[in-house]
Design a protein around this ligand. Structure first.
Ligand code: 13P
Length: 255
């Protein structure tokens, strides 16, 4: 089964840096007994340094929610891999469906960002997922294959040792409708088969595959028990310690 990885994507929350620090502190203190599961939180850029400082001596890693592919220069509003590193990040989420939907992210920009993250020594969490319409139209596998293939275009397997892929069906994000464990497992197995086809069996077997989309304490254990589900990328439920910690504890028990 292997070690589970539970990551919280805080999205555009909380509003204040002090609130982000408080949430991080609570998660840190309430998971002090967890010794196996890997944990990360991904706060908004503005809160990263403060949260990373708080979690410095803990087992909880910190990640950015996005990055720009250039390292520096005249790119107003952008944040680069070296900046994330210097803020204390070890992870970065790339190609979240909300970035694709609201900020014009494409498979090509995801690929450029993935290169930049790897070059900058960040562990990328590459997100893929289909809309309900695509699923209903029978395009599910085509959509996921294209997203995975294009994100990894031109990559050298030796650089992908820290790759993490998150399968997040868009219809399950923030809706309270979770993919069934069988639906999630099927897509995770498919993503693993794509990694096997494009790279190697070894990479396919060692790349952590996270499920995201309405993960809650009452469905986490069943999802995380599936063969090819190595962890969870948690949105809403990661914003409160009382809803996030039980998911981490499920991961701890199954690790
Ligand atoms: P929810 O857990 O709120 O559905 O969000 C999932 C997600 O988008 C994590 O990246």
């Amino acid at each position: 089964m292997g070690t589970k990885f539970i990551a919280g994507n805080w999205k555009l929350n909380p509003a204040e840096i002090n609130q982000a620090k408080e949430l991080a502190r609570e998660v840190r203190d309430r998971t002090a007994n967890c010794s196996k599961v890997n944990i990360a939180v991904c706060p908004p850029f503005i809160s990263l340094p403060a949260v990373a400082e708080l979690l410095r001596e803990s087992r909880i890693a910190v990640g950015g929610q996005d990055l720009y592919w250039e390292e520096a220069g005249a790119y107003t509003g952008a944040i680069s891999a070296p900046m994330l590193k210097s803020a204390g990040c070890s992870y970065v989420i790339i190609g979240h469906s909300e970035r694709r939907q609201y900020f014009g992210e494409t498979d090509e920009t995801v690929c450029r960002k993935l290169y930049a993250a790897l070059k900058g020594g960040l562990k990328p969490i590459v997100c893929v997922g289909e809309t309900l319409q695509q699923r209903k139209a029978g395009q599910l596998h085509d959509v996921i294959r294209t997203q995975v293939t294009e994100a990894l275009r031109g990559m050298d397997e030796t650089s992908l040792g820290d790759l993490v892929v998150a399968y997040e069906p868009i219809w399950a994000i923030g809706t309270g409708v979770t993919a069934t464990p069988q639906q999630a497992q099927e897509m995770h197995a498919y993503i693993r088969s794509l990694l096997n086809d494009h790279f190697s069996h070894a990479l396919a077997m060692t790349t952590p595959l996270l499920y995201g989309g309405s993960v809650k304490s009452d469905n986490a254990t069943e999802l995380l028990s599936q063969n090819d589900i190595d962890g969870a990328l948690v949105g809403g439920a990661s914003l409160k310690v009382d809803t996030f910690v039980p998911i981490i504890e499920s991961g701890e028990e199954l690790s």
